[in-house]
Ligand binder design. Structure first.
Ligand code: NAD
Ligand code: ZN
Length: 249
C-alpha cells in the first residue's frame, strides 16, 4: 500500500491538470451510504421496493408521496460534512493543479468544501425547482415540508434537481465534464463502481498520461489504469496530502 501511495504522490507532483472523477464512495467517510458497496442501500429493501424502483422517474410521477418518503429518509444528509478527500481536492484547486471534479454524487459536499469547478452529473439535493413555474428552492424546502413539497407561488410540485433512473443528465454538464476529461493530464477515478451510464463511458474521453483508480473493490477501469489503489478514498487522499490530515476524517 505505501509503495502505491508513494507512486500516487509522484503522479500528483508531476501533474498540471488533474481531473477527479468520483462517486458515492467519496462520501461514505462523511456518513452517507453508497448504493453498491458492502454497506450500500442496494442491499436493502424499503416497503418491499428496491432503491432502483424508488428512484426512477416513472415511480416519481406515479407515487410521489412514497418517493418523497424514501428520499427524505435515505437520500438527504444535511448533517454530513466534507471529509479529507473533499478538503484535499479543494486545496488542489487552490494550488491550480486540479482542473475540475466530475461527480456522480448529489450530496453537494465538493461545493461545500469550497471547490468551484464541479460537474454534478446527477444534480444536487441543494437545488429544487417547481415543475410548473420553475421557481427555485433550496434543500430547506424539502426538509421543512411534509409529503409532496409544493411551490409557494403556484402550488406546483417541487422536484429535486436529481437525475432519476430513466432521465437524461443535463447535456451542458456532461459536455463540460467530457471537455475537462479530454484535456486533463491525470484522471483520478475514485469511489465509484462505474456501473451507471453515461458516467462510466465518459472515461473514454481521457487521452492523458496517467489514469489512477482508488476504490475498495475492483472496477471496470482497473484493466486500463496505470495505477490501481485498493483502499479507502479519504484515507488515501489524506496520505498523499499529509498537511490536510490534522483536519479530521
Ligand atoms: P456505487 O454505490 O455504485 O459505487 C460505490 C463504489 O465505491 C463501490 O465500488 C464501493 O465498493 C466503493 N466504496 C465505497 N466506499 C468507499 C471508500 N470509503 N473508499 C473506497 N471505495 C469505496 O456508487 P456510484 O458509482 O457513485 O454510482 C451510483 C449512483 O449513486 C450515482 O447515480 C449517485 O448519484 C448515487 N449516489 C450518490 C450518493 C451521494 O451523493 N453521496 C450516495 C449514494 C448513491
Ligand atoms: Zn411554482
Amino acid at each position: 500500500m505505501s509503495e502505491a501511495i508513494g507512486r500516487l504522490r509522484r503522479v500528483v507532483e508531476q501533474s498540471k491538470r488533474i481531473v477527479f472523477f468520483g462517486g458515492a464512495g467519496v462520501s461514505t467517510a462523511s456518513g452517507i451510504p453508497d448504493f453498491r458497496g458492502a454497506e450500500g442501500l442496494y442491499r436493502r429493501e424499503f416497503e418491499g421496493l428496491t432503491p432502483e424502483m424508488l428512484l426512477s422517474a416513472s415511480f416519481f410521477y406515479l407515487h410521489p408521496e412514497v418517493f418523497f418518503r424514501f428520499y427524505r429518509a435515505h437520500m438527504l444528509h444535511p448533517e454530513a460534512k466534507p471529509n479529507t478527500a473533499h478538503r484535499v481536492l479543494c486545496e488542489w484547486e487552490k494550488r491550480d493543479i486540479l482542473r475540475g471534479i466530475v461527480t456522480q454524487n448529489i450530496d453537494g459536499l465538493h461545493r461545500r468544501a469550497g471547490n468551484r469547478r464541479v460537474y454534478e452529473l446527477h444534480g444536487s439535493v441543494y437545488e429544487n425547482y417547481c415543475m410548473d413555474c420553475n421557481a427555485f428552492y433550496g434543500l430547506e424546502k424539502i426538509l421543512g415540508s411534509e409529503g409532496i413539497p409544493r411551490c409557494d407561488r403556484c402550488g406546483g410540485v417541487v422536484k429535486p434537481w436529481v437525475v432519476l433512473y430513466g432521465e437524461a443528465p443535463d447535456k451542458y454538464t456532461v459536455m463540460g465534464a467530457c471537455r475537462e476529461i479530454s484535456n486533463c493530464d491525470t484522471l483520478i477515478v475514485a469511489g465509484t463502481s462505474l456501473s451507471v451510464e453515461p458516467a462510466a463511458s465518459m472515461l473514454d474521453y481521457f487521452h492523458g498520461k496517467r489514469l489512477v483508480v482508488i476504490n475498495d473493490e475492483p472496477t471496470p477501469a482497473d484493466a486500463r489504469a496505470d495505477l490501481v489503489i485498493r483502499g479507502d478514498v479519504a484515507a488515501v487522499m489524506g496520505e498523499i496530502q499529509p498537511a490536510s490530515r490534522e483536519n479530521g476524517a
